[in-house]
Design a protein around this ligand. Structure first.
Ligand code: 8OZ
Length: 367
């Protein structure tokens, strides 16, 4: 007999009741409108179509121009951007959904063409990430970064704080800090990218400091019950690495627990790749954290059902399946087949591959 699934059970995430255990993972779609970096008006339909997920998390949204690393990603640092996002949150709420925004600083994963005044991207240390970013319509080498001055760090924390204030003004139910995938906070945390010898480098508490100070600043504005964070202890994404991630992330999670964060959202394994690329004890993070545990990476119905049944997670974040199935929840409930996703339309473009995936109710195309 198959295990009954808990995926369709409601869940109380702090003060917010989620209709089910499905989370739509944050997904970069590169459709914001330059130069203002407001969300594309199509995002209103895109997120609205997916409102039956228990919780939607938006695509990563930069907290400053300096925090942008790819073309056409949306921001959450200007009044215009807040107005654009307001239309998205209104639509999701009209449809009974809940939505957090993921706030982001890419750090060194950027290109001079995107930076204020054409300057170098900023990083804990002046070490270039081997890899590409997407700018001016093509994949281009990530630029050589410069190390942030100690005196610039309060400004970075303040950018996340302002992003949070803006997110609340835009009507979001909460904020997810992007602490994963080799971007700024992950760069500071991991010794492959952080060679600093000040308060923000060296021993684990120093490397974890920026992530935790950002979390504190966000909690101060949004309240802990509306603050979550995404982490990826062993991902190699964007050329990131750490020599000993287990104690690093145990330290981070102990401190996030003391801050009483609403959830930790954990990418298990390599982002979008193998779940077992490196040894890591995720149960140890789950055990030391009193809030919710959102599990992510390569989950399907079966694995999600198993992990929820074991109590190893409270919520499951699905990424690509939500791109191609606006009604993923209904489809899995009915055992209906899923639409395939089209990789060619993940990043950039318009409605195609964005708002036109069919639903069971509208099999020709979603509205
Ligand atoms: C894919 C392409 C660009 C950015 C992440 C925000 O990995 C991203 C991202 C994903 O967290």
């Amino acid at each position: 007999m198959s295990t009954p699934t808990r995926l369709f059970e409601p869940f109380k995430l702090g003060p917010i009741t989620l209709a089910n255990r499905f989370v739509m993972a944050p997904l970069t779609r590169n459709r914001a409108i330059p130069p203002s970096m407001v969300p594309n008006p199509l995002a209103i339909d895109y997120y609205g179509q997916r409102a039956s997920a228990g919780l939607l998390i938006t695509e990563a949204s930069q907290v400053s121009q300096q925090g942008q690393g790819y073309q056409d990603t949306p921001g959450i640092y200007s009044k215009e951007q807040v107005e654009g996002w307001r239309k998205v949150t209104d639509r999701v709420h009209e449809r009974g959904g809940k939505i957090f925004i993921q706030i982001w600083h890419v750090g060194r994963v950027s290109h001079i063409a995107l930076q204020p005044g054409g300057g170098k991207p900023v990083a804990p240390s002046a070490i270039r990430a081997k890899g590409k970013t997407f700018v001016n319509g093509t994949f281009t080498d990530i630029s050589e970064p410069r190390a942030l001055e100690l005196s610039e760090i309060p400004g970075i924390i303040d950018d996340f704080r302002r992003g949070t204030v803006n997110a609340l003004a835009a009507g979001f139910d909460g904020v997810e800090i992007h602490g994963a995938n080799g971007y700024l906070l992950d760069q500071f945390a991991k010794d492959g990218a952080n060679k600093r010898d000040d308060l923000y480098g060296g021993a684990i508490p120093n490397r974890a400091r920026l992530m935790l100070e950002v979390a504190e600043a966000v909690v101060r504005e949004a309240g802990a019950e509306r603050t979550g964070i995404r982490i990826s202890p062993v991902t190699p994404a964007n050329d990131i690495s750490d020599s000993n991630p287990q104690p690093l992330f145990e330290h981070i999670v102990d401190h996030l627990n003391a801050l009483k964060l609403s959830y930790i959202h954990v990418i298990e394994g390599a982002t979008g790749g193998p779940r077992d690329n490196a040894p890591f004890d995720y149960a140890s993070l789950r055990k030391r954290f009193d809030g919710a545990y959102i599990a992510n990476n390569g989950y399907d119905f079966e694995l999600a059902t198993k992990v929820l049944a074991e109590g190893a997670a409270d919520l499951i974040a699905f990424g690509k399946p939500f791109i191609s199935n606006p009604d993923l929840v209904e489809r899995l409930k009915k055992g209906a087949p899923l639409n395939e996703w089209d990789k060619a339309t993940f990043y950039g473009g318009g409605a195609k591959g964005y708002t036109d995936y069919p639903t069971l109710e509208a099999p020709q195309a979603a509205e």
